[in-house]
Design a protein around this ligand. Structure first.
Ligand code: ADP
Ligand code: MG
Length: 589
């Protein structure tokens, strides 16, 4: 008996959908790209529940005929290429003819569409690949497609969706990738009846300002310089941040031929161009657009992949470095570097940001090494913690430390040196303090016991929509740890108080660091983002490398470090202590 048979289309489509449509964001990408391919001047995106229940895209593009409206949902049905060679001269975002077939396999779709030359339009309704309705209707020119109940027939996939906040952020990120290359098209993005983005048609710069800054002030894009390089191989244009305006939080975007791309190798080129110009762990923001002959890049990319292969990457790498350097060179003449003013804007009535804050409620005897009564959780410190480390030799796990008497030194403003029974212990002073503070912050987050330090002048932090969404998620924990912040306008928060341990640090960079870390590490559960909050705060509050320490301070930090469960590594894996044992030392002589 023969056993092979062809799968019905509905099943084949569902399998394909697994690849193309992984989450609401991938669905949105496909729909908006279709609108742009259809020549739309205006695209409206309407979302409910982060796309779980509704994703609607309305465009004023070319629309479809009655016949095409039906065909569009078949697999490998496309108007964009006809033969294989067309693949090498793509001018459209889509070409695989897979998206609509995949979308309609795992959702309920209702679409109305009309071409300018037709008097009536077509309404078509498809549930899980089955056409349940097709009729003539009256509707405006263009296409209005409503995708409801994503994965309604694939419960397993539904379960894999993340929290609404994360899915919404993914939607916005995907949306940014597209709107940044189509500045001449106007877009709106509405979520649960709230307009999150309203982007009028304009120039690239205006679009960047509209997404990341405040179009009225142009405060965001004024921190950028233009880059512009034309060679036979490639044309590069765009904007790179002035070194003095760089922050720890960066927006880094590459586009090629009207498409967003990730390109770690080219990223290196940009970083190289900035080398020596930025403080440690600062990242340059940039928006760089490449134009290149279509045959010089690999177009047959996977629909969900954003990496793009170039034929001549090394040469472009060099051109890119030169191009960025040239743009930056124009600015090294006027170095008014003040690394503390970024990300803040002026608010009326009071000076902010770079003005050092008056010490209002700060305890004059404040010492970052001590709590009020000079002890940290005395009830929880193991009674005989030294004994915990007495057993087998040679790893820093098993040390006997005479911390309250013997010698202790600081070396190079960076390390604390401490003789132990097993050898000489090197302790990274900054990381040690980070570890101690981290444990403290985690504890305070768990018990909502953060101590707040009121600011005399509130600081204002301007954010992009995806960051606003993220901060809303973090808000209860930020309050718990001692931030007094509230939303001031649709794109900003005002900060009135900070965790007491931050002492005289400026609040905005600290919050930016938290946001950047949560975003980068894709922290999606409360325990994950609490870890990022605690770690970012600890990094900011800890004594820096380069600070001279007194003997008491060194002993205090070592004692508190040794009380931790893991005093050897930070949560992100960085090494805190290293032991040089007698053998190693003796070998040197
Ligand atoms: P692809 O975009 O790869 O061609 P899709 O499945 O996304 O495949 O779409 C199939 C076809 O449906 C497109 O080639 C296009 O002809 C038509 N289509 C889809 N969306 C729109 C739209 N918003 N306006 C006009 N035509 C559309
Ligand atoms: Mg498409």
């Amino acid at each position: 008996m023969d056993v092979i048979h062809l799968l019905p289309d509905s099943v084949a489509n569902q399998i394909a959908a697994g690849e193309v449509i992984q989450r609401p964001a991938s669905c949105l990408k496909e729909l908006v790209e279709n609108s742009l391919d259809a020549g739309a001047n205006r695209v409206q995106v309407i979302v409910r529940d982060a796309g779980r229940t509704l994703l609607q895209v309305i465009d004023d593009g070319c629309g479809m005929s009655e016949m095409d409206a039906r065909l569009a949902f078949e697999r490998h049905a496309t108007s964009k290429i006809r033969e294989a060679k067309d693949l090498f001269a793509l001018r459209t975002m889509g070409f695989r003819g897979e998206a609509l077939a995949s979308i309609c396999a795992v959702t309920q779709v209702e679409m109305t569409t009309r071409r300018a030359e037709d008097e009536t339009g077509t309404l078509i309704e498809i549930h899980g690949s089955d056409v349940v309705r097709q009729e003539v209707c009256s509707c405006p020119v263009g296409t209005n497609i409503k995708v409801s109940n994503l994965f309604f027939n694939v419960p397993v996939r539904r379960k894999f969706l993340k929290t609404d906040q994360t899915e919404l952020r993914n939607l916005l990120t995907e949306f940014y990738h597209i709107v940044l290359v189509y500045p001449k098209v106007s877009f709106t993005f509405v979520h649960n009846d709230e307009i999150l983005l309203e982007l009028p048609a304009g120039t690239e710069k205006q679009r960047i300002e509209a997404v990341f800054g405040n179009p009225k002030r142009n405060s965001y894009t004024s921190a950028f310089v233009d880059i512009n390089t034309e060679t036979e191989l490639v044309t590069i244009h765009g904007f790179v941040v002035k070194p003095e305006s760089a922050t720890k939080k960066s927006e880094q975007y590459f586009f090629v031929n009207g498409r967003y791309m990730r390109h770690p190798y080219f990223m290196k080129a940009v970083q190289t161009a900035y080398s020596g110009m930025l403080p440690n762990d600062y990242q340059p923001s940039f928006f760089i657009y490449f134009d290149i002959a279509p045959e010089a890049i690999d177009v047959n990319i996977h629909p969900t992949k954003t990496e793009i292969k170039f034929a001549d990457e090394q040469t472009i790498f060099q051109i890119l470095i030169a191009s960025v350097r040239e743009a930056l060179g124009k600015f090294t003449l006027a170095p008014t570097i003040d690394f503390d003013t970024r990300g803040t804007i002026d608010i009326p009535t009071a000076p902010v940001a770079s003005v050092s804050r008056p010490q209002v409620t700060r305890d004059p005897g404040y010492n970052p090494f001590h709590t009020r009564n000079n002890t940290i959780y005395p009830d929880r410190a193991p009674k005989n913690w030294e004994s915990l480390y007495q057993s087998t030799p040679s790893t820093p796990n098993n040390l006997i430390i005479q911390n309250d008497s013997g010698p202790i030194w600081q070396y190079g403003g960076k390390y604390i040196l401490l003789p132990t029974t097993e050898g000489l212990l090197f302790i990274h002073q900054h990381r040690a303090h980070v570890a101690v503070l981290y444990a403290q912050f985690v504890e305070q987050l768990t018990h909502a016991q953060g101590a707040m330090q009121q600011l005399l002048f509130p600081e204002v932090m301007v954010m992009t929509q995806d960051e606003i969404v993220l901060v809303q998620t973090l808000l209860p924990d930020l309050h718990a740890i001692g931030f007094d912040i509230e939303q001031l306008s649709p794109d900003s928060y005002s900060i009135q108080g900070v965790p007491a341990q931050l002492a005289d640090k400026s609040a905005v960079p600290v919050l930016q660091q938290i946001v950047a870390n949560v975003r980068e590490r894709e922290a999606d559960t409360q325990s994950e983002w609490r870890e990022q909050i605690a770690l970012s705060l600890a990094e900011s509050a800890a004594i820096p490398t380069g600070k001279t320490l007194t003997e008491t301070e060194m002993r205090d930090i070592v004692t508190r470090l040794m009380q931790l469960n893991d005093y050897r590594h930070l949560p992100d894996g960085k090494t805190i202590v290293s032991l040089m044992n007698d053998d190693e030392l003796n070998k040197r002589f």
